[in-house]
Design a protein around this ligand. Sequence first.
Ligand code: ZN
Length: 188
Amino acid sequence: MVKVDKKSVALTFDDGPNQTYSLEVLKLLEKYQAKATFFYIGNQIEANLDVVEQVVAKGHEIGNHTWSHPDLTKISPEEVKQEIESTSEIIKKAVGKVPVIFRPPYGEINDQVESMTELSPVLWEVDSEDWRTQDPDEIYQLVTDNVEDGSIVLLHEIHQGTVDALDRILKFLVEANYQFVTVSELNR
Ligand SMILES: [Zn+2]
């Protein structure tokens, strides 16, 4: 039997958790036994602890996406620290451990922001552009045209279009011999 090495992809979902889309996203990931990484906004966590608990129970990774989603390059270093640390604290309170990665809102980062935290910044290689378009066909096309072995894919769990595209995206990736890993599991 020929052994086939799998390719890896890290799907990431930003701006949750919430009661509208998060559980649907989780259900679809489970259907394909796919692991993913969720970058959470700190001020959304307390009202959605049920979602957060499920995410952890299913083996997904949680990352820090700041407390209130500012452009970190436009606020003071002290505010950057506060945005990130308060979010790590509430994640620790919710799931018992602090995140090791963070994603700067809008992908905006500079040396000063980086120097304010121990967390590793995580950007992306593939932008689904689901923040711009709600068209599931377009979201599907952008992801499947651009994904490669080792890609981090940017998605959001706050739009219906993303949820509508997700089943097909997962199916495509399975058929293209990808395994789903968390960001921290990606070898880089
Ligand atoms: Zn965001």
